[in-house]
Design a protein around this ligand. Structure first.
Ligand SMILES: Cc1ncc(COP(=O)(O)O)c(C=O)c1O
Length: 477
């Protein structure tokens, strides 16, 4: 054991270990108690300001007390995205080795920027990105990097697309009306004008309408615009829908337009046979975004961008400032900073690697399948319910429904009012958390069922609560 040094930040070995042990105890307790708690917790600004709006103290206080304060007053006041009944937005339930990996990466103070600064971490990032490459079915020329998430991956992908198109004026990009808002933002960041972002309508299954895409691109070309990218979905955030990827690949090849596939939500379904079939054609995209902090059970942040040809990322991103001249080790030793917008970078690959080393791929496959099957089971339940209407065919763990008893002719406004009431009741009076969306103009209650500890009992209890609150909310008459 070393003694404390004179630094103002010094702690003894015993103090450091005690603090980390206490943190681990608090976390394990939290995770074990989750199922008995509400999936949502939060508070209003005035309450939290009263508690937290304080100047930084001049003198420190015992580390354990600070830790307990964080664990009591701040950290739990948030949605419990890892709760077995958290079905809102995109929940996420990290594995314990993944959580510990983030602690280790911070403790080893890894900056995964260049080979010189982080050889081991860089090699491991190449290894994990290569796992993803093989799951997708990309060629060996493919490569990529970890990003903060799908939004950052979309910016990097559009930069590569713009570069591949020769950085033209009057750029247009194409995505469906179901695409994630991250793509609109990414397009604007890379200099596409808002009015040049084309939202292609979707069919009844919420998939991009290919004939509309072709028509709009042709019109744009005739008007002197330069289409640089189509962003397709491999799992829309609303319904888990998958655009016609193989057809899109044919089309984009013929039109010489970059095809990006947003697989941030659904992409890791490719670890299963079913997911692989659903995503056939994804391997023909020029780039693909994936989020390991969604369906690969990792703590935030863990996005990834893969490109079919790694050089298409390095062309726009690699810059060689004098201050980094020592870091150039040659082609065999890539500096991951040359593939994206960050120089200093955390070591995100470690959590994926540690989780998969610990549990093995079979456990991941089973956990992903659990989400797919539970959503399908929910769809069957909804179809058999006298008060519920299904609004999508369950796909990639997402099912949407609304209260709409078939024997009553409620107009759209009345149905929406009923479902808003149901949502509010669930929010305040039930353990579960779900969120809503609009699907082709219809107000939808949406369940995203991807947490690995979620069981059918959790899903069924939530659907029963929706039915119960729905019956109460339906106007008499
Ligand atoms: C389909 C899809 N694309 C992109 C994103 C944005 O990803 P991130 O939140 O990791 O930036 C999300 C987030 O939910 C998503 O579901």
């Amino acid at each position: 054991m070393t003694e404390a040094t004179n630094s103002g930040f010094a702690m003894t070995s015993a103090e450091k270990i005690a603090l980390a042990n206490r943190a681990a105890e608090l976390l394990v307790e939290r995770i074990e108690e989750l199922p008995q708690q509400n999936a949502w917790e939060g508070d209003f600004r005035e309450v939290l300001e009263e508690l937290l709006l304080k100047d930084p103290p001049e003198e420190g206080q015992p580390a354990r007390e600070v830790l307990e304060m964080a664990a009591r007053d701040i950290l739990p006041v948030a949605m419990r995205l890892d709760h077995p009944r958290c079905f809102g937005f995109v929940p996420s339930e990290p594995t314990w080795p993944g959580i510990v990996a983030d602690f280790m990466a911070a403790g080893f103070n890894v900056n995964a920027c260049t080979w010189l600064v982080a050889s081991g971490p860089s090699q491991l990032e190449l290894v994990v990105v290569d796992w993803f490459r093989r799951w997708i079915g990309y060629p060996e020329s493919a490569g990529g990097l970890f990003t903060s998430g799908g939004s950052a991956a979309s910016v990097d992908a559009f930069v590569a697309a713009r570069e591949a198109a020769g950085h033209p004026d009057r750029m247009t990009v194409y995505m469906s009306d179901q695409s994630h808002s991250a793509f609109k933002r990414a397009a604007m960041i890379i200099g596409v004008r808002l009015e040049c972002i084309r939202l292609i309508p979707t069919d009844a299954e919420f998939c991009m309408d290919m004939s509309e895409l072709a028509r709009i691109v042709a019109e744009d070309r005739a008007a002197g615009f330069n289409p640089i990218a189509v962003a397709a979905n491999a799992g829309t955030v609303g319904t888990g829908s998958i655009d016609p990827l193989a057809e899109l690949a044919d089309y984009c090849e013929a039109e010489n337009v970059w095809l990006h596939v947003d697989a941030a939500y659904g992409g890791f379904a490719v670890v299963t046979e079913r997911g692989k079939q659903l995503m056939a054609g994804i391997e023909r995209a020029d780039s693909i975004g994936l989020d390991a902090h969604k369906w690969l059970f990792q703590p935030y942040e863990a996005g990834c961008l893969l490109v079919k040809d790694a050089a298409t990322l390095e062309r726009p991103f690699a810059v060689r400032p004098d201050i980094l001249q020592d870091t150039v080790w040659g082609k065999n030793h890539p500096n991951i900073t040359d593939r994206g917008l960050q120089l200093s970078r955390g070591f995100k690959a470690l959590k994926v690697w540690m989780s998969i080393q610990t549990f093995g791929m079979a456990a991941f496959r089973e956990a992903v399948m659990n989400g797919i099957e539970l959503a399908e089971q929910a769809e069957e339940y909804i179809a058999a319910s006298p008060v519920l209407e299904c609004l999508n065919s369950a796909k990639l763990g997402i099912v949407c429904c609304r209260v709409n008893p078939g024997d009553r002719s409620l107009d759209e406004k009345a149905i929406e009012d009923v479902n808003r009431t149901v949502l509010a009741h669930l929010f305040w009076d039930d353990l579960a958390f779900i969120s809503s969306t609009m699907l082709h103009g219809k107000f939808a209650l949406r369940l995203c069922v991807i947490n690995h500890s979620t069981t059918w009992a959790d899903v069924r209890a939530t659907l029963e609560a929706i039915e119960r609150f729905g019956k109460e909310a339906i106007p008499a008459g």
